[in-house]
Ligand binder design. Structure first.
Ligand code: WT7
Length: 656
């Protein structure tokens, strides 16, 4: 972010005090900050009491071998039992857990906690039948249908870590994840509904299975949900219909209690290299972190609230704030299958009206696209049920924040701008709706129990009014435990930058304002944030270079009004490819889509004769970013050949 934008941001002076009714009855009050600071572990132990433990822990935190943490040592619990069965046992079996809304209108289903218990038990029995044992990995590649939640919980129930792969990812991306975590079984569907039509999923699974096999990994079984009824290729030796094996399975299943540190899931996310990182979360600490934050940050009142998080289960937000947090808290929530504009652009607001949603959690990129369409659309609906709004995934610009609060929230609703990451597992920095006077654009302060700081190059806290690196200074229960199969990369990526201080380095830059409140500015590494989704520059560069006509590629994230950042690629073609032909740009776009998925598709591809490099051969992406953002090109003195930038700027009449 440029200095100019930054100082504009910090001139933002609007404040929104918490509404009196929410403040009076808030789950977490201001005193919690001091209480947590005085005895952090005691505070977390108190939060752990919200779960049901088959065996209580002997030690809250084992930090003897940092950065490898163990939380609630000696404790035993079952995550699915905590998310489902215990609510039924407490007499809340008839309460709706999921108001599921399919994309085709009228295609919806309410699922109570008692029904969820039956379905999760059936799926757990079926997975066991298919040979899945405790510790085996199960890949989930599903649209937003109830079976996705059921499968995740069934895996948790039998102690088989799941790895959910976003349905928008390509077969290539799926294959690399299957191989990396050696998944034994894949759960998928024939397809799902998006933008009014049935989109296939199963063919990508068939391809991914072949690609994994080429890397020496065999997937034993593929469990297929029939969602759209479209034709699918069928391999009798491997493919099994969900309705054949799950529906026929017993609804009786006794959950086993697992160690607090038993792996719960692996979620792949982009890092600074081409290879995605498998972020490992374990059971006890993760469930404590997600249930506590969902209760505190959204001020959840389980008996009266209807909660809706619009994220896909393929991302960590869907894991923490659609599955584990809300269900552990016994909440009633909405789950929606499709896109916001199907069959028309008011679909989300209609869902809020129909189900009287009280808490709504979405991403700035969505808010900005609604802003663009104009307030006439949301104004047609009655959204007076809303009492709290949340934002996640990227910095929310003050205009979007104020529009969200005003147009969607009718000026009644606090907006909680929640900062966290796949790695942190749960919200770390956020206002509290009943406590904090919110500033549009600021995530404010670390929540009680978490300690964050903005530091300089030497790890020293910066004074108020200055910027630096965002770090977490103390371990927290829902922290990642490692990168799957790569402890060294785990240490290197997050803990080496400020090793002497023992800080976790998040990869974000941030600024503290005059009050000490935190404004997250975005990534300081080679990671982009497109519509709240993390993409690695290197991963897209590798995809481009794998095209036969490409010699070299450099990718940068350029500022974009709609998506926050957009992918901009600079490509040098191989000599034998000539000018690449008329359709070279669309050919390369399609190629990236196929290799990674539609979200990685470059907004712009520029064919250039050279790339700016330092003498040691490192591409200077900073300069390319200047070009992509139409700025005067910055300092070129460290370039091996300083005329390269002129060449690039001159050549920019090429097709985009
Ligand atoms: C990165 C993490 C957290 C779930 C969704 C994304 C950015 C996230 C905010 C926010 C400013 C934010 C950061 C972070 N980010 N929330 N409220 N304000 N930036 O998870 O894919 O792991 O990405 O998203 O850059 O490092 P993720």
């Amino acid at each position: 972010m440029s200095e100019e934008t930054l100082s504009n941001l910090l001139k933002e002076e609007r404040r929104f005090e918490p509404p009196a009714e929410i403040a009076a009855d808030a789950n977490l009050k201001a005193e919690a900050y001091d209480r947590a600071k005085a005895d952090r572990e005691g505070f977390w132990a108190e939060q752990a009491e919200r779960l049901d433990w088959a065996q209580k822990w002997d030690r809250v935190l084992d930090w003897d071998d940092p950065p490898f943490a163990k939380w609630f040592v000696g404790g035993k619990l079952n995550a699915a039992y905590n998310c489902v069965d215990r609510h039924v046992e407490a007499g809340r079996g008839d309460k709706v857990a999921l108001h599921w809304v399919g994309e085709p209108e009228g295609d919806s289903r309410d699922i109570t906690y008692a029904q969820l218990q039956d379905e999760v038990s059936q799926a757990a029995n079926a997975l066991t039948e298919l040979g899945v044992a405790t510790g085996d990995r199960v890949a989930i590649y599903l649209p937003m249908i109830p079976e996705a939640v059921v499968t995740m919980l069934a895996c948790a129930r039998i102690g088989a870590p799941h790895t959910v792969v976003f349905g928008g990812f390509s077969s290539e991306a799926l294959a690399s994840r299957l191989v990396d975590c050696q998944a034994k079984v894949i759960v998928t569907s024939d397809g799902g509904y998006r933008r009014g039509s049935a989109a296939a999923l199963k063919p990508a699974v068939d391809e991914a299975r072949e690609k994994a096999a080429a890397h020496g990994h065999t997937v034993d079984k593929v469990l297929v949900v029939r969602r759209t009824g479209q034709d699918v290729a069928w391999d009798e030796a491997v493919d099994v219909w969900w309705h054949d094996v799950v529906d026929a399975a017993s609804t009786e299943h006794t959950p086993e209690a697992f160690d607090a540190e038993h792996p719960l899931y692996v979620m792949y996310t982009s890092g600074t290299t081409g290879k995605p990182k498998g972020i490992l979360h374990t059971t006890g600490g993760y469930l404590v972190g997600t249930s506590y934050t969902h209760w505190a940050v959204f001020d959840l009142k389980p008996d009266t609230d209807v909660y809706w998080c619009s994220a896909d289960i393929g991302w960590v937000t869907g894991h923490s704030y659609m599955v584990y947090g809300p269900l552990a808290n016994g909440a009633t929530q909405v789950m929606y299958e499709g896109t916001p504009d199907s069959p028309e652009r008011g679909r989300w607001w209609k869902i809020i009206q129909d189900y009287k949603v009280t808490i709504f959690y979405t991403a700035p990129t969505a808010i900005r696209s609604f802003m663009k369409q104009g307030r006439e659309i949301p104004d047609r609906f009655d959204m007076s049920s809303l009492r709290i709004l949340g934002s996640v995934g990227e910095p929310i610009n003050p205009e979007a924040y104020v529009w969200y609060r005003h147009v969607i929230g009718g000026d009644r609703t606090p907006v909680v701008d929640t900062w966290w990451q796949t790695e942190t597992g749960a919200i770390m920095i956020s206002p509290l709706p009943g406590v904090t006077a919110g500033k549009p654009g600021s995530a404010m302060t670390a929540i009680p129990g978490v300690s964050a700081e903005v530091v300089d190059n030497d790890g020293k806290a910066v004074p108020n009014g200055s910027g630096g690196y965002l770090v977490l200074t103390e371990p927290w229960p829902s922290m990642l435990r490692t990168i799957w199969g790569d402890d060294e990369r785990f240490k290197d990526t997050y803990w080496s930058r400020f090793r002497e201080h023992g800080f976790y380095f998040a990869g974000d830059g941030a600024k503290k304002d005059e009050d000490g409140d935190i404004w997250v500015l975005g990534r300081v590494d080679d990671v982009m944030n497109v519509s709240g989704h993390r993409l690695s520059t290197t991963e897209i560069e590798s995809a481009l270079v794998s095209h036969p006509k490409v010699a070299e590629a450099a990718v940068v994230g350029a500022k974009d009004e709609d998506t926050g950042q957009a992918v901009c690629a600079f490509v040098i073609l191989r000599e034998e490819a000539g000018d690449g032909g008329e359709d070279i740009v669309s050919e390369l776009r399609t190629h990236v889509r196929k290799e990674i998925g539609p979200i990685a598709t470059p907004r712009q591809i520029m064919i250039v004769p050279e790339l700016p490099k330092t003498r040691s051969g490192k591409i200077m992406r900073r300069l390319l970013k200047d070009v992509a953002e139409h700025r005067e090109v910055g300092d070129v003195t460290t370039l091996a050949d300083s005329s390269v930038m002129d060449l690039i700027s001159k050549g920019l009449s090429s097709p985009t």
